[in-house]
Ligand binder design. Structure first.
Ligand code: DX5
Ligand code: ZN
Length: 226
């Protein structure tokens, strides 16, 4: 099993104090910073761009996991790579040339991820399995934090975990993740758990216990709770 990572989605952070809030959530036990980039075109919401990401890159040494919900995506990959992304994930639905986008990410020395919307079948991954380092299964329709987990994602995770076999690919889940469903998600094979509202609820004093609750539920399902 690949290591479990809890990835706070900073879409739920306080944008008026973004750097401070990112620092606080990572100090509270977040493993990986999940950065949601939205364009108001591929998804019905706008977040922020590479310059904002670059400025928050300075507050932590943790891995930056950049989830690009933008179309077209290819013209922006380099800006996010230069802005300090470690993993860059594109949506399979965002353009006709998924393989080219993945190649472009790896050519910049970054780990390449592909994300699937809830209605997209895992078969789109079949011919890119050797071109990805991470697969992100959306369990809400992308665009907003705080939505309800779509349960059919669990079956999709199980199927993709089978497809991955022993390849060095991380399986990430994003959308509606809470301490209540983290066990089922981890049992289905996901090892990177993104959570926005479930991590940021209650403000900074609650971040550590929120993260710990998700982690413990997932570790228990993996048989790793000590
Ligand atoms: C949704 C984003 C998610 C979102 C998760 O489009 O990709 O990362 O912020 O938020 P929660 O955990 O609240 O569903
Ligand atoms: Zn995301």
């Amino acid at each position: 099993m690949r290591p479990l990572q809890i990835c706070p989605s900073i879409l739920s952070a306080d944008f008026a104090a973004l750097g401070e809030d990112v620092r606080a959530v990572m100090a509270a036990g977040g493993d990986i910073v999940h950065v949601d980039i939205m364009d108001g075109h591929f998804v019905p919401n706008i977040s922020f761009g590479p310059d904002v990401m670059k400025s928050i890159r300075k507050v932590t040494d943790k891995v930056f996991d950049v989830h690009l919900m933008i179309s077209p995506v290819d013209p922006y990959i380099e800006a996010f790579a230069r802005g300090g992304a470690d993993v860059i994930t594109v949506h399979a639905e965002a353009g006709p040339h998924l393989h080219r986008s993945l190649q472009a990410i790896r050519a910049l020395g970054k780990r390449a991820g592909v994300s699937l919307n809830p209605a997209t079948p895992e078969s789109v991954l079949e011919y890119v399995m050797d071109d990805v380092d991470l697969i992100l299964v959306m369990t809400v329709n992308p665009g907003f934090g705080g939505q309800k987990f779509i349960p059919s994602g669990l079956e999709k995770l199980r199927r993709i975990r089978q497809m991955i076999g022993d390849r060095p690919i991380d399986l990430e889940v994003d959308g509606g993740v809470t301490a209540d469903n983290a066990g089922a998600i981890a049992a289905a094979g996901a090892n990177w758990l993104v959570a926005g509202s479930a991590v940021f609820k209650g403000g900074p004093s609650a971040y550590a216990s929120n993260i710990e609750a998700i982690r413990r539920a997932a570790l228990a399902a993996r048989g790793e709770l000590v």
